[in-house]
Design a protein around this ligand. Sequence first.
Ligand SMILES: Cc1cc2nc3c(=O)[nH]c(=O)nc-3n(C[C@H](O)[C@H](O)[C@H](O)COP(=O)(O)OP(=O)(O)OC[C@H]3O[C@@H](n4cnc5c(N)ncnc54)[C@H](O)[C@@H]3O)c2cc1C
Length: 406
Amino acid sequence: MSLSPVSNAPKSASYDVVIVGGAMYGSSVAWFLADNPDFDGSVLVVERDLTYEFTSTAHTNSCMRQQFSNEINVRVSQFAAEYVKNFRAFMGDDPRVPELALHSYGYMYLADTDAFANVLRENQKIQQACGAGTKFMTVEEIGRDYPFYNLDDIIGGNHNLIDEGYFDGNTLFDWWKRSARETGVEYITNEVVAMTLNSAGTRVESVTLKSGEVINCATVVNASGPRAVLTSRMAGIEIPVEPRKRYTFIFAAEKPLDRDLPLTIDPSGVHMRTDGTYYLAGCPPDDDPAVDYDDFDQDFSIWENKAWPAIATRIPQFEAIKLINSWAGHYAYNTFDQNAILGPHTEVGNFIFVNGFSGHGFQQSPAMGRGTAELITYGEYRTLDLSPFNYARIIENRPFVEKAVI
Ligand SMILES: Cc1cc2nc3c(=O)[nH]c(=O)nc-3n(C[C@H](O)[C@H](O)[C@H](O)COP(=O)(O)OP(=O)(O)OC[C@H]3O[C@@H](n4cnc5c(N)ncnc54)[C@H](O)[C@@H]3O)c2cc1C
């Protein structure tokens, strides 16, 4: 089916659901709504920049893992693996839909202290109880399977070779957009600049577009990524989400490894993994403030002084490496507990969050999109109970602590 070009003007003055932001999360919620036979409402997705150039989605490392410390985060990622592995079936067996890549070379969480090794052991039990393949490996076992690591300072590590590694989330995103549009979801290129609430302040009645149109809505979904706080403020709501820079480096090795490099979480805070014939590394800056929404400047001193030394120390064979590409992207960083904020606001009941995913939002998009569509359709979660991510925890000061945050 050929789709008409995306317009900047909505076809209607009223929609059941208006989604603010049309990248990974806006498109996930839109697709799961459109795919649900019990949902027969109208959906408008408003996206301010259809090139997606400055989104988190365009800067992701596209990895998934089962190595979390909370059961619900494990289960959310397990649905991602199921979804990716059965993508065409989830897309109604559409013959145009490709199979998606999922390279399960695993994550390798390395511990250099007894305290962290114990955290890894506890996490492994939680993951195993959920059916994940995580194993705690001794230094000898790690050295046997991955002889290229320098393990002098390492006590042990957690590793899982099942449904953990890289997945092709960008193709998934493209198909969500396309399929949602083909099923009747309307995307426009425009920006939501204001919202009007009812007199009691309990419902958003309309959103105002940059071009001036006022659109009535029954439900509004905040899928604005690092800009989530700006969208929330339009409804008088504060959320603890800010843009934080994360750096990614692609490098070639003069002597490539003879096997895949698992996504290795080094105790230094640097992570690295196989990336086709190259390697990918990433890390936060030591000083990690909120940044300007438009600041994507690269800082090569982070490569020189932090990433490269950590890489060459952990894998001596990587002493001779060449930087091929790099970028800085923004996490929608939840400063409260680095976990998703999901579901309705406690007072403005038709304002729905899909925000604050920090560094694990790509893999969470199938489960969180499905759950949000259930919430909008049925008023409750029907598959996974995603209520631990509720906004209420923020105003009640109950952090949802996830020990495995990257
Ligand atoms: C460097 C980096 C590495 C990452 N690696 C991983 C990983 O390996 N695994 C993983 O699971 N996750 C990872 N993530 C996180 C993941 O990429 C994000 O959680 C996810 O892409 C968030 O998608 P989003 O749709 O919420 O936000 P975004 O992709 O930022 O999209 C938000 C959209 O909202 C639009 N918008 C904002 N305000 C308005 C408005 N007022 N009106 C209209 N449109 C608006 C924006 O233009 C944008 O298109 C990484 C992120 C980064 C930055």
